[in-house]
Design a protein around this ligand. Structure first.
Ligand code: GTP
Ligand code: MG
Length: 360
């Protein structure tokens, strides 16, 4: 890596020299000639800002990738049983663990299967979290579970969820819910989904369909199996060593503990004591807890954790970047704030101009 210049970094990240220099200036870095060597710290900071992981560019080739659990989001039409399904799955998670810890509501939980495999479910309001993360380019979800009520069939938000998943290139596993109801007609749901262009397995496609009842618990094991099979096909792996790249699933303020962030690591490992920049906020990780409330030192890929130690409250979908020092954390968060503020002012002045144009 020694001696990388802004010019080279621009080539590697596909950005212009000028935009990289602007970012350097905004975080308080000295901007010299574009041929001056820059440190790896600065290169990382800057490239993270343009959405490229430099660590990956220059060293992920040799990195050891390990299998990781899939991260699953549940989506579907109003009242089709998303919350009921998550509650039912959560129960299987807690029962399987039998841990003494108090289960926390973190916006995510982990189901451990007897085989040793596990599945991470996000239980933040599906669409909101999904779109918030997508808008920030953070595709944290690997698989969408599309819930369709067997008595109601395909509805507007079913189609919306389908198109979200398609745009994000995230595979779907269909859960036909409420199959316990007298009016249930799973066959009709299959035909509807098929005619909407979803390539169902029964019709020679690769989208699995499982019939379930969130109320009685029927078929939940089948759904979990289907999700694991889908995950296997995707061969999900992540780098475990090295600095973490992570995302915020949920953030809230606790009176005693301050801002609390539920995070999912995408690659690398987060550890207590690290300085992090989260969206436009920063902090130093004071404590990490798992979904059972147990304190831990480290957080690896695809496992949801709660992080304590932020100075401010970030937003769902924000990315978490590890930086080397408090100084850098402050600089980067300040730079981002400035950028946000600029964006806000630009939008305001544009709106004003539009109003003036209308009035004139
Ligand atoms: P929103 O969050 O409002 O979009 O709804 P939701 O998709 O989370 O649905 P929710 O889980 O709240 O379920 C809606 C209603 O359907 C509730 O009255 C549930 O009790 C009922 N319900 C959910 N799953 C089943 C099921 O498998 N069988 C039956 N009979 N009822 C169910
Ligand atoms: Mg709900």
């Amino acid at each position: 890596f020694e001696g990388m210049t802004v010019v080279e970094l621009a080539k590697r990240t596909g950005s212009s020299v000028r935009s990289l220099q602007e970012i350097m200036a905004s975080v308080g870095e000295k901007v010299g000639s574009e041929f001056d060597p820059i440190t790896i710290d600065v290169a990382e900071l800057v490239s993270t800002e343009v959405g490229v992981n430099v660590k990956r560019l220059h060293s992920e080739e040799g990195a050891i990738l390990k299998p990781r659990p899939p991260v699953v989001t549940v989506m579907g039409h109003v009242d089709h049983g998303k919350t009921s399904l998550l509650d039912a799955l959560r129960k299987t998670a807690v029962a399987a663990k039998e841990a003494g810890g108090i289960t926390q509501h973190l916006g995510a939980f982990v189901v451990s299967m007897p085989s040793g495999a596990s599945i991470t479910f996000l239980d933040t309001p599906g669409h909101a979290a999904f779109t918030a993360m997508r808008a920030r380019g953070a595709a944290v979800t690997d698989i969408v579970t599309l819930v369709v009520a067997a008595d109601d069939g395909v509805m507007p938000q079913t189609l919306e969820a389908m198109s979200h998943a398609k745009e994000a290139n995230v595979p779907v596993v269909v859960a036909i819910n409420k199959c316990d109801k007298p009016g249930a007609d799973p066959e009709r749901v299959r035909i509807q989904l098929g005619s909407e262009g979803l390539p169902l397995e029964d019709l020679g496609g690769d989208v699995q369909v499982v019939e379930i009842s969130a109320l009685t618990g029927t078929g939940l094991d089948k759904l979990e199996e289907a999700l694991l099979l889908q995950a296997e096909l995707m061969d999900l792996k992540a780098r475990v060593d090295g600095p973490a790249q992570a995302y915020v699933v949920e953030a809230r303020v606790d009176r005693g503990r301050g801002p609390l962030v539920t995070a999912i690591v995408k690659s690398g490992t987060l550890s207590v004591g690290q300085y992090i920049v989260v969206g436009a906020e920063w902090g130093r990780i004071r404590a990490i807890r798992d979904t059972l409330g147990r304190a831990t030192e480290l957080a690896g890929p695809a496992i949801p954790v709660e992080i304590e130690g932020m100075k401010g409250l970030p937003m769902a979908g924000d990315d978490i970047t590890v930086v080397g020092s408090e100084e850098r954390a402050r600089m980067l968060s300040q730079g981002r704030r400035k950028k946000l503020e600029q964006g806000r002012l630009e939008r305001m002045s544009q709106e004003n101009q539009e109003i003036c144009a209308e009035e004139g």
